[in-house]
Design a protein around this ligand. Structure first.
Ligand code: N2P
Length: 356
């Protein structure tokens, strides 16, 4: 009996020792956790080689996750299930995250490369003084079209999309603000309109567009348009640039009624585990050679002045993707409409999608 008790005690002690060892190893894993960096970015929105370069230069291991809309990103960050160190939201989402106290103020002394950013993209209303965010890419929303497939039609007006010749021939980016904004603009309302009658009119107008809409899609919109699966697309300018790189028959225009200009900036969530690494990554992305390589791969417009100089003139001088102030001045940035109004926009967009 005594031997049995002794054996039992020995097993118990061994079990405790193992548990202790396990906890110690885990805590060590936690320690080496400061040597990882979790980044949350839009899909198709970085040159993957740059992540490798950053890892080699810093010894930090990158964990990379993607989202396909500001709304999806907001839900995930608000839930707090995953600890992100760097996130790349758009303007109005940054304003919302600031308001919800989800962001950490940036330490500008750790971001010397911030001097490279064009002052036009600094100190914007969604983040005065760039306290929480620094520019990554920027652009517009517009119409990409295939002149061969649309046979002489012009797209200077949003209304051209409702032309019956485009039956089942339009692809829409899967974004509530983009699609609602386009419908509101076509009615000469603001992309930030909150008047219920105007919003309902926008939904009615969208429903009338349904016969022409072939699909509402994510990043695959680029492949589909480049392959001429549809004649027309409502896209972000950078996607248009990338599509036209694949198929130079296509053209991109921002309709004269107005549209959205947007800014995607890098932020550090308040819950970040590797704040120093996050600053290192942001500063790395602001380096001219890095920003140029990223812009060249992704196709979007860089706000980085010396990086722009490193790009081929045919890119930096293309006013469709680097439009002059005379165009951008008449475009609107999406406002942070507040939780309820944003949910309402999403709900109206969903109604249109279900009716499709
Ligand atoms: C990249 C999406 C860019 C988002 N796939 C534009 N705000």
């Amino acid at each position: 009996m005594k031997q049995l008790v002794n054996t039992f005690l020995a097993i118990l002690i061994a079990a405790f020792a193992l548990m202790y060892l396990g906890a110690w190893m885990n805590s060590n894993e936690g320690y080496s956790g400061t040597n990882t960096l979790t980044i949350y970015n839009w899909g198709d929105y970085i040159e993957p080689e740059l992540l490798k370069e950053f890892e080699t230069e810093t010894g930090i291991t990158v964990i990379y996750q993607t989202f396909d809309s500001n709304e999806a990103m907001l839900t995930k960050v608000e839930q707090g299930g995953t600890t992100f160190d760097v996130v790349i939201p758009s303007d109005y989402a940054i304003a919302k995250m600031r308001e919800e106290k989800l962001l950490l103020p940036l330490d500008h002394s750790k971001l010397p490369n911030l001097v490279n950013i064009d002052s036009r993209f600094m100190d914007l209303s969604f983040d005065p003084g760039n306290e929480y965010s620094v520019p990554y890419f920027w652009g517009t929303v517009g119409i990409i079209y295939n002149p061969e497939m649309t046979k002489g039609m012009t797209f200077d007006s949003w209304d051209s999309l409702w032309d019956s010749r485009l039956k089942n021939n339009i692809l829409l980016v899967d974004g509530a603000r983009e699609v609602m904004g386009m419908a509101l603009n076509s009615l000469h309302y603001s992309v930030n309109d909150q008047n219920e009658a105007h919003l309902q009119a926008a939904l009615t107008k969208l429903n009338k567009l349904s016969p022409n809409v072939k699909a509402i899609v994510g990043d695959e919109i680029k492949m589909l348009l480049a392959n001429e699966e549809a004649a027309v697309g409502i896209v972000w300018s950078g996607d248009a640039a990338e599509i036209m790189d694949e198929n130079d028959k296509l053209d991109y225009v921002v309709p004269q009624e107005g549209s959205n200009k947007w800014f995607d900036n890098m932020v550090i969530p308040r819950t970040a585990a590797n704040v120093d690494g996050a600053h290192q990554f942001i500063n790395f992305m602001l380096r001219p050679d890095v920003a140029a390589k990223n812009a060249e791969y992704v196709g979007y417009s860089t706000p980085n002045v010396p990086a722009l100089k490193l790009l081929p003139a045919e890119v930096s001088e293309d006013t469709r993707f680097y439009p002059p102030a005379s165009l951008t001045d008449r475009l609107e940035v999406y406002d942070n409409l507040g939780k309820r109004m944003l949910a309402h926009y999403n709900e109206l967009f969903l109604k249109f999608k279900m009716n499709k």
